[in-house]
Ligand binder design. Structure first.
Ligand code: HEM
Length: 134
């Protein structure tokens, strides 16, 4: 079947289901989601789909603060650059295996820019903590 672009919520759910299934094959990612954050994926997925709906189509579905969530997570389990790499690589690979088109590419670009901002905030936090300890 030829691939087509991401069109709606149902497409997002399909993509996210496949993405997290693949991501959680990784032992460390699995530990972070299940042991550190204690996440129930069934509850997590609709929230993540709300987030992506908001990012791509400005539906107002998501109210939250992913930056704070990941800063908090980083205090419990350091989110190294390599982990962000793995996350982005999986998102890009799974996304392009299922869909094709400008909306998918926008999602991939947004994921990269959000990850960049998360890492900047994480690095700033680490720097500040180091300075305070000195
Ligand atoms: C090192 C890479 C990453 C890891 C290990 C990771 C892991 C997690 C975990 C464990 C949670 C659940 C936290 C909780 O509810 O306590 C979460 C939530 C979330 N993540 Fe990530 N994440 C990563 C990168 C990203 C990136 C790049 C994005 C952006 C596209 C993203 C978007 C989200 C969103 C929207 C939530 C839900 C926040 C909320 O509950 O409002 N994550 N992530």
């Amino acid at each position: 079947m030829p691939r087509r672009d991401l069109r709606d919520r149902e497409d997002l759910e399909l993509l996210l289901q496949a993405f997290y299934q693949e991501l959680l094959q990784d032992e460390e990612m699995h530990a972070i989601f299940h042991e550190v954050a204690g996440i129930d994926m069934a509850a997590h997925l609709p929230r993540i789909a709300d987030f992506w709906e908001q990012v791509l189509w400005h539906t107002g579905a998501y109210a939250g603060n992913p930056m704070d969530v990941h800063l908090e997570l980083h205090r419990a389990w350091p989110l190294r650059a390599e982990l962000f790499h793995r996350w982005l690589d999986t998102f890009t690979r799974v996304g392009r295996a299922l869909f094709e088109g400008p909306t998918l590419e926008t999602a991939i670009e947004r994921a990269h820019s959000i990850a960049r901002i998360m890492q900047m905030k994480i690095n700033n936090l680490d720097r500040l903590r180091k300075e305070l300890n000195n």
